[in-house]
Design a binder for this molecule. Structure first.
Ligand code: ADP
Ligand code: ADP
Length: 218
């Protein structure tokens, strides 16, 4: 089974004056071990699709499956549990992803506890080039390091899929390159990784590229 799948998803938003159609007839899937990049112009629906795949938002129509489980058919409580155990999400801004008072190691312990799995191995940090950062707090890290810790936090406890919305948008080129490496390595560990991005650095590490134009897949 695919780690993530959505079928015939439609999404609309009501504004004060009119209805915005954000997604139409969107079907995508993401497999473990692969990196999928969602690309397309600003306003094409990338973030909306990512939030729907992450069960952070409910589509007006269509079906979302996580590890073969139909999220759309579940209770709100069931869906929250599914999201907590099976999915990890990384926001664009590094400071939105981490807790200032926890060390890097404590972040990973927390993630494993939230997902109900054992303590994560130190290997995850080493794999992401953060082996020496376990005792650091976010304020002692660069933005690029923070995003890699956010990816480790999202990946600890072995969720099926990691989703990241423009994770390199606030980073310099060297840091963005390291985040690209980290994304590849997390896929190699067996996660499905989905990134919404404009960044050629991230598109270059993707196995599958899904292009959205005006809310539809091209
Ligand atoms: P992208 O991530 O590709 O820039 P988005 O998914 O953010 O695109 O937006 C897709 C469309 O939906 C845009 O027209 C955007 O203005 C609209 N949209 C997104 N979120 C909302 C919202 N909460 N309320 C109203 N319109 C929204
Ligand atoms: P609550 O009553 O706790 O807000 P919801 O039913 O709104 O529970 O679900 C929790 C979150 O998951 C909400 O943000 C909702 O938009 C989102 N969500 C609900 N159903 C789906 C779905 N089928 N696919 C994706 N996201 C969903």
């Amino acid at each position: 089974t695919e780690a993530l799948r959505c079928e015939d998803v439609h999404q609309t938003y009501q504004t004060a004056t009119h209805e915005v159609v954000a997604l139409q007839e969107v079907s995508v899937s993401a497999a473990r071990g692969r990196v999928t990049a969602l690309v397309g112009p600003s306003g094409s629906g990338k973030s909306t699709l990512l939030r729907i795949l992450a069960c952070l938002e409910r589509p007006v129509r269509g079906r979302v499956e996580i590890d073969g489980v139909d999220a759309t058919a579940m209770s709100a409580r069931g869906r929250r549990g599914l999201r907590r155990r099976r999915l990890g999400y990384v926001f664009q801004n590094p400071v939105d992803n981490l807790l200032g008072y926890l060390t890097v190691d404590e972040h990973l312990e927390l993630a494993a506890r939230l997902r109900g799995t054992g303590r994560p191995s130190g290997e995850l940090l080493a794999t992401l080039g953060l082996g020496h950062r376990g005792d650091s707090r976010p304020s002692g890290l660069s933005g690029g390091e923070q995003q890699r810790v956010a990816l480790a936090f999202a990946a600890a406890g072995d969720p099926a899929a990691l989703l990241a919305d423009e994770p390199t948008a606030q980073l310099d080129r060297a840091s963005a390159h390291l985040v690209g490496d980290a994304v590849r390595r997390l896929a190699a560990l067996g996660h499905a990784v989905v990134v919404a991005t404009h960044d050629p650095e991230l598109v270059a590490v993707a196995d599958d590229v899904v292009e959205l134009v005006d809310g539809r897949i091209r």
